[in-house]
Design a protein. Structure first.
Length: 402
């Protein structure tokens, strides 16, 4: 059986786990509940990290949820939370990666089933040496991937949502999509999302700079993608400043492998603030003269102000021979090659109207093929950036040779 660690000062809970799971377990009873793996290591005294952790924090629930995030994201260790405040903490626990919640007085059979479910989600065993070899793993910065366009109506949000879904499918709960088309964002509609919280809620107050609090505001999509929906009101959006945007992205980047940002058309103050934080840039335009001219101007402007990233892609949308412009014409105009050519297809408006991205439903449409290639490009760019270094990041342990 998979080894189980019980973190509890309650002998009844320790006994419950032992009764449910047998001898394959060990317990610690710290006075201060650890809020990260690094703080947990001090209590383990050389023992390896477990496959499943039973967290019984009493009143220190926030510390337990913080530890659950660290265990899940960085080490693929599943958590079971023990609390009698089930209704109160269940949503936050789910968003922290907790696999199950059990009350302290639950029967042994219920605890056993919870542990069995959790064990099926745990990854390879991690030793203390492996865990401690990456100081600050929980706060390692993820990649900000910005999708931008010079004008509206070019399919930018379709590209953003499919890119984010594609990344999330490769590693569930590793990616967050942020709708930063401040006033008129359509991400929620494109994903068929109705969320209690939107961008202004997350950009202000305690959530803005507290990673754990912020995560409780995010919407978890059925694809494993987290979402920051755009504002429902232009008036509320006016309260979100470019500084708020920078703080929000900084906080999200400590918790996610990828932060995909769908920006407003053009180069607004908010978009420029995002571009200053961007690691990978995706520029989208349509196959028409206004779109291509706008893209050329945007490229020239970014070059002039020093925001031209080496890691960037140009996506040409709505490709069709009847448009009277060739890819060669576009490349001659913008002075660089087009990386992805997305054909015109009736499947796209159907997907948008249904709120189901093409990559969510496993479509084999030619549009989906190009979108998957874009996902490959972003994922490979991140792997290339990691070349020559070892890291534990969001549940994946990678060794990249020189």
């Amino acid at each position: 059986m998979s080894p189980v660690l019980v973190i509890s000062r309650n002998p009844q809970v320790v006994g419950l786990v032992q009764q449910a799971w047998g001898p394959d377990g060990y317990a610690i009873a710290p006075e201060q509940f650890p809020d990260s793996v690094q703080s947990l290591l001090a209590h383990l005294q050389g023992a390896p990290l477990p496959a499943v952790a039973v967290l019984d924090p009493a009143e220190q629930v926030m510390s337990a949820l913080s530890l659950a995030v660290d265990l899940d994201r960085n080490f693929s260790i599943a958590s079971v939370l023990v609390t009698d405040r089930v209704a109160e903490v269940s949503l936050d626990a789910m968003r922290a990666g907790v696999r199950d919640i059990v009350t302290p007085t639950a029967p042994a059979e219920e605890m056993k089933k919870a542990l069995e479910r959790a064990a099926t989600h745990s990854g390879p065993r991690v030793t203390q040496q492996q865990a401690s070899s990456v100081p600050g793993a929980a706060t390692q910065r993820g990649k900000v991937v910005t999708v931008a366009s010079p004008k509206g109506g070019v399919g930018k949000t379709t590209v953003s949502t499919n890119l984010a879904v594609g990344l999330a499918q490769r590693l569930p709960q590793s990616t967050v999509l942020v709708d930063l088309d401040i006033h008129f964002g359509d991400v929620a509609s494109a994903l068929n999302v109705t969320s209690e919280f939107t961008l202004p809620d997350m950009a202000h107050g305690a959530a803005a700079q507290d990673a754990l609090a912020l995560k409780s505001y995010l919407y978890l999509h059925q694809t494993g993608l987290y979402v920051v929906p755009g504002s429902e009101s232009p008036a509320a959006a006016d309260a979100v400043t470019s500084k708020d945007v920078v703080n929000l992205l900084d906080t999200l980047a400590t918790q996610f492998k990828y932060v995909v940002v769908d920006t407003a058309p053009g180069l607004s103050e908010h978009t420029l603030a995002v571009l200053d934080q961007t690691d990978i840039l995706v520029l989208v335009t349509s196959l028409d003269v206004p779109g291509v001219r706008g893209l050329r101007k945007e490229l020239d402007t970014l070059r002039d102000i020093g925001l031209m990233l080496e890691s960037r892609s140009v996506v040409l949308n709505f490709m069709h021979p009847s448009r009277g412009i060739s890819v060669g014409d576009v490349e001659a105009s913008i002075g660089r090659k087009v990386d992805f050519q997305i054909p015109q297809s009736n499947s796209v408006p159907i997907s948008v109207n249904q709120g189901i991205p093409l990559l969510q439903n496993g479509s084999r449409d030619p549009v989906a093929k190009q979108l998957r290639a874009l996902v490959d490009s972003v994922d490979n760019a991140d792997k290339a950036d990691a070349k020559g270094r070892r890291f534990l990041d969001f549940g994946l342990r990678k060794e990249v040779a020189q």
